[in-house]
Design a protein around this ligand. Structure first.
Ligand SMILES: [Zn+2]
Length: 378
């Protein structure tokens, strides 16, 4: 595969476009977040959440069923008010920047699938949450945290075989030479990852991606068809080495531990907020599900406060994976050209501002990743 040499002017134009794209998405995220927060505050302040709870009990007197009705009504309000932003950010913007290859029908279909899966998970979690609050008023947050951690461990194993195939097709990589290269690399890393699959991303987007997913028997490296199309075998090797590093460094179990700590802290804060607000807002005890908007506000608040720390942690793990990949492949040149191609293909900001990177980026900037590889090269 030939190296594409782009001029400085072309690079500058691409970077400006990438910055516009990233800024637009950040603004849409912020708008969506503000809209949700506003709705939650309104539900609480105007007393609508209690009215919806009363309507739910009038329809279904048993608590688990009343909760289901309540979730249906609140969920519908959030889905309908969020839809314009979702459509604009998820479909219009991607099309305008020439990244999406989806039809409107395909986008709607994927949206309905996510909605269905999200609804099942949300109902399950809410039923568990209010059951625990009613049955164990003092220790409910430990009960819920324990269940969530178990669920995360289970999903890490099941998601690649249960969830991903709902949205994407996968198939074995046909290029024998590439499979052999990847196998040799896996042996050298001691990762013993036996499954490397082609991830059919190209029917949805022109963006490229690679990932290590699963746990135990479901562990696999996924390489997008869009990546395989445009990258040389040496470049793909450095990308696979980066993914293998995540396995060797045990990043999936570590991520679950970090998330679990965050879940425990969030639920502890939710407990404090409920104890404080129940008499103040006139709820009928901790297990009154009319308090759900408050619970969601607190959880959102804690996640926002933790976001820079979580992203900082992630960038540290990603830097370690890059270092490992460069040590394993000893081909910084291929790493650098792979990074350049990925930036171009994904319209990634190579050099975000320091503040933006600190707050929002889970990976070091492309410019920093390239600078590191250049340092190794010398
Ligand atoms: Zn990574």
């Amino acid at each position: 595969m030939s190296e594409q040499v782009s001029s400085g002017a072309e690079d500058a134009a691409r970077e400006r476009r990438a910055k516009r794209y990233a800024r637009l998405h950040r603004r849409l995220d912020l708008a969506g977040w503000l809209l949700n927060a506003l709705l939650l505050v309104l539900l609480l302040a105007a007393g609508w959440t209690k009215e919806l709870r009363d309507v739910a009990y009038a329809i279904a007197p048993a608590r688990p069923l009343a909760l289901l009705v309540y979730l249906g009504m609140v969920g519908a309000i959030f889905e309908l008010t969020g839809l314009p932003l979702d459509f604009y950010g998820g479909y219009v913007v991607e099309k305008r920047f020439g990244l999406s290859r989806m039809t409107l029908g395909g986008w709607v279909k994927d949206g309905l699938k996510s909605l269905g899966i999200g609804a099942v998970l949300a109902v399950g979690l809410a039923e568990l949450f209010y059951w625990a609050l009613a049955a164990h008023p003092a220790t409910w947050w430990l009960v819920v945290a324990g269940a969530l951690i178990l669920f995360a461990v289970l999903m890490a194993q099941l998601a690649p075989v249960l969830l991903f195939p709902i949205f994407f097709k996968f198939r074995p990589i046909e290029n024998e030479e590439l499979v052999e290269r990847v196998r040799r690399l896996a042996v050298r890393s001691g990762a013993r990852v036996s499954t490397v699959l082609e991830w059919k991303l190209g029917e949805k987007t022109s963006k490229a991606n690679a990932a290590l997913t699963g746990w135990g028997a479901t562990r696999r490296v996924l390489l997008a068809d869009t990546l395989l199309e445009r990258h040389s075998p040496e470049e793909i090797e450095t990308i696979v080495a980066h993914e293998l590093a995540h396995h060797v460094h045990r990043d999936i179990p570590l991520a679950i531990i970090v998330q679990s700590a965050l879940v425990v802290v969030s639920l502890w804060v939710v407990n404090a907020a409920l104890v404080w607000a129940t008499p103040l807002l006139g709820f009928r005890g901790l297990a009154d599900f009319a308090n759900l908007p408050l619970v969601l506000l607190v959880v959102t608040g804690v996640s926002l406060v933790a976001l820079p720390a979580v992203n900082g942690y992630s960038r540290w793990r990603e830097r370690n994976a890059d270092r490992y990949a460069l040590e394993l492949t000893r081909n910084p040149q291929a790493f650098i050209s792979a990074m350049r191609k990925l930036a171009e293909q994904n319209l990634a900001e190579s050099q975000p501002s320091r503040v933006i990177e600190f707050l929002f980026h889970g990976h070091p900037s492309i410019a920093k990743r390239i600078a590191y590889a250049e340092q190794v090269q010398r």
